[in-house]
Ligand binder design. Structure first.
Ligand SMILES: [Zn+2]
Length: 257
């Protein structure tokens, strides 16, 4: 999918009771049977009316009872207040709700949905949402079509934690992976990113050891051919990954396995 196509708003229906409004920022509504559950709440408040109209069309009179934020960055919470005003729903995120490490299940007549904390990959508040019967996994900003999700610099402990969490996400064996931003993904894309990261650490380590400068390394290590179509990857994210990995390798925080 081209970047322009990926950034054109569209509503994608997944397995009967799940709809994703996919644009640069994604929001989803899930029919639980007795009530509706929403995942994430966009960046722009002016989209409220359009989103409410779409939800009404898809869910009819089913009331939204819960709105879950995968984390509380501004581009995931803008419509929180509007949802509370409209539906009186409860906001669920790491700030509002105590959620144990194994997570919290929402069960209703149509499906059961798990919210589970996966902190330390993008923010301290990261949560994933798993729609079990549909095998749909919402991962927030942990998967960013090539982006390294960690905001902090790559150190041995946080990098190890990130890679282990990716493996946990892969183990769900989801059919559809919904990222916080951009096109829908699959479990194969999560696996591909893990391979890419490992490959890139090896390539950059070798180049640093050979005495190359950062700009030489960025020039030399081209994005893999099978990832050229990844959203905004070639334009920005690949070079950003190379640069961040090189910085951590030069500080002795990261090494090839
Ligand atoms: Zn974020």
């Amino acid at each position: 999918m081209s970047d322009v196509q990926a950034e054109t708003p569209k509503i994608i229906q997944l397995s009967g009771g799940i709809w994703v409004r996919q644009e640069i920022d994604n929001i989803a509504w899930i029919d639980m049977g007795d009530y509706g559950l929403v995942v994430d709440a966009l960046e722009h408040v002016e989209k409220a009316d359009e989103v409410f109209a779409a939800i009404e069309r898809d869910l009819g009179r089913v009331p939204i009872r819960y709105l879950i934020n995968t984390h509380t960055h501004y581009d995931h919470v803008a419509l929180n207040d509007a949802f509370v005003g409209r539906f009186g729903c409860e906001i669920i995120n790491a700030e509002t709700t105590e959620i144990g490490p194994t997570g919290k299940w929402f069960e209703a007549s149509e499906r059961r949905v798990l919210i589970q904390p996966t902190p330390g990959c993008h923010t301290d508040q990261d949560c994933i949402i798993w729609c079990e019967p549909d095998r749909v996994l919402f991962v927030g900003d942990i998967f960013g079509w090539g982006l390294i999700p960690l905001i902090a610099q790559l150190r041995p402990d946080n990098t190890q934690h990130l890679l282990e969490t990716y493996q946990r996400l892969i183990d769900f064996d989801a059919k559809v992976v919904v990222p916080g931003h951009g096109p829908l993904a699959t479990t194969a894309d999560l696996s591909r990113w893990l391979e890419y990261f490992d490959w890139l650490v090896g390539k950059v380590s070798a180049a640093v050891a050979a005495g190359a400068s950062d700009s030489q390394i960025i020039d030399e290590i081209k994005p893999p051919a099978d990832m050229l179509h990844w959203w905004r990857f070639v334009a920005r994210k690949h070079a950003d990954c190379v640069e961040r990995i090189a910085k951590s390798i030069r500080r002795g925080w990261l090494e090839a396995t």
